[in-house]
Design a protein around this ligand. Structure first.
Ligand code: SAH
Length: 339
C-alpha cells in the first residue's frame, strides 16, 4: 500500500524530474505533515529502533560523568549551556540531570537547551524533563552564545540527509530517485557527471556526502572555539572516509526497502567521522574518535554496572549490548571535540 507521502513524492518527481537521495531523505523524515519524525515517537521495543539511552540508564550516566569532568576541567564556570541535539524521548538528558545533581556546582551553572524538530518527540521530552527548566530550538542558530557550551548528540548526525555518488565509466554521477515504468520509485543516475568527490575509486563505488552533517560540525566547532566548551557526538560510522553504500531504511527493528515506505520507516546512513574530524581540527580544536565501548569503559561503566547489578536484573546483558564488539561497542563511535 503506497503511503500518502509515496504519492506526494511520485507527484513531485513527475513534475520536476528525479530527485537526489538528500531531497528524498528530507521529504521522508521531515515533510511537515507526513515526515517520519514529525508524526511519531519511533523509539523503543514497540517502535522501529532502540538507542543506547533507551537500553540502559548507564549510558546517560556515563555521558553525565564526561560532562562533569569537562565542567571541572574548565574551572567550573558559573554559567554553561548544555545543548542536546535530537534528544528523542528525553531519556539521555533526564539521566544526565539525575547524575548532574550530585556533581558539585554543576546544575547551578547549567542551562539546558534541546534542538528538536519533531512535535511528537518534544512532547515526550517535556514529560521526561518536567522538573527542569528547558529551552527548545529548531536549530543551533538560536542557542545563546554568551557562555561556554557543551554540545551532545546520540544518533543525531545519522538522521541528517546524505547525497550519494556512483563511480561509473571513469566519472562520478549523483544517484537519484525517479519513477519507473511500473509506477514504483527506483534508483537512477543524474546524467551530468559530478566533480570528483574522492580520489581513489573503482567502478561501481558509491561515495556518500552529507552537507548538513558537515555544516552542523562546522557550526558547533566555531562555537566551541569562540565560546569555549566541548562536544560529544555518538553514532554508527567509520573513522576514515571510504566508499560504500550505507543508505538504509529501518522499520519494526528490521531493514526494509528504502524506497517503499516513504515517511513510515527511518532513513539512516553511517557517519563519516573522518571528514567531520578534519572539519573540527581545521577550526583549531582537539578531536578524538573512539569506540563506544572504550569511551564507556573509560567513564567507568563496568564499575557502575557492578553496583546496579546488586539491585536489579539484566544489568550485565545491557552492559554487554552497550560495550561489546558484537553489540554496539565497536560499530558506534564517539567523537569528542575539545577546545
Ligand atoms: N538521541 C535520541 C534520539 C535519536 S533519534 C536517542 O538516542 O534515543 C533522532 C533524533 O533527532 C530525534 O529526536 C529526531 O526527532 C531528531 N531529529 C532528526 N532530524 C533532526 C533535525 N534536522 N533537527 C533536529 N532534530 C532532528
Amino acid at each position: 500500500m503506497p503511503t500518502e507521502l509515496d504519492n506526494i513524492i511520485r507527484g513531485i518527481i513527475q513534475d520536476n524530474g528525479p530527485m537526489s537521495v538528500a531531497t528524498y531523505w528530507n521529504l521522508c523524515l521531515a515533510h511537515p505533515q507526513y515526515g517520519y519524525y514529525i508524526t511519531r515517537d519511533p523509539l523503543g521495543a514497540a517502535g522501529d529502533f532502540t538507542t543506547a539511552p533507551e537500553i540502559s540508564q548507564m549510558f546517560g550516566e556515563m555521558v553525565a560523568v564526561w560532562l562533569g569532568e569537562r565542567f571541572h576541567h574548565m574551572g567550573a564556570p558559573s554559567k554553561i549551556y548544555v545543548v542536546e541535539c535530537g534528544p528523542g524521548r528525553g531519556t539521555l538528558m533526564a539521566d544526565i540531570v539525575r547524575i548532574g545533581r550530585v556533581i558539585p556546582n554543576f546544575m547551578d551553572a547549567v542551562s539546558i537547551h534541546l534542538i528538536e524538530t519533531s512535535p511528537a518527540l518534544r512532547a515526550k521530552q517535556r514529560t521526561a524533563l518536567a522538573d527542569c527548566q528547558v529551552t527548545w530550538h529548531d536549530t543551533m542558530d538560536t542557542v545563546p552564545n554568551d557562555a561556554p557550551i557543551m554540545i551532545i548528540g546520540n544518533e543525531f548526525l545519522d538522521a541528517l540527509p546524505i547525497h550519494q555518488y556512483v563511480f561509473q565509466d571513469g566519472q562520478w554521477f549523483e544517484r537519484v530517485i525517479g519513477v519507473g515504468g511500473d509506477g514504483t520509485l527506483q534508483f537512477g543516475l543524474n546524467p551530468s557527471p559530478f566533480v570528483p568527490v574522492i580520489q581513489e575509486q573503482v567502478s561501481g563505488d558509491i561515495f556518500e556526502y552529507s552537507p548538513p552533517r558537515e555544516h552542523f560540525i562546522s557550526d558547533i566547532s566555531a562555537r566551541i572555539a569562540s565560546q569555549g566548551g566541548a562536544g560529544l557526538m555518538i553514532d554508527y560510522g567509520h573513522d576514515v572516509s571510504a566508499c560504500g553504500d550505507t543508505f538504509q531504511a529501518v522499520k519494526n527493528h528490521a531493514y526494509v526497502d528504502a524506497l517503499s515506505h516513504c515517511g513510515d520507516a527511518d532513513l539512516t546512513s553511517h557517519v563519516d567521522f573522518g571528514r567531520l574530524k578534519d572539519i573540527s581540527v581545521a577550526a583549531g580544536l582537539q578531536v578524538t574518535v573512539q569506540s563506544q565501548g572504550d569511551f564507556l569503559k573509560h567513564m567507568g561503566i563496568e564499575h557502575r554496572a557492578a553496583q546496579l547489578a546488586q539491585k536489579s536484573d539484566g544489568v550485565q546483558a545491557d552492559l554487554h549490548r552497550l560495550i561489546s564488539d558484537d553489540g554496539m561497542g565497536v560499530l558506534f563511535r564517539v567523537m569528542e571535540i575539545l577546545k
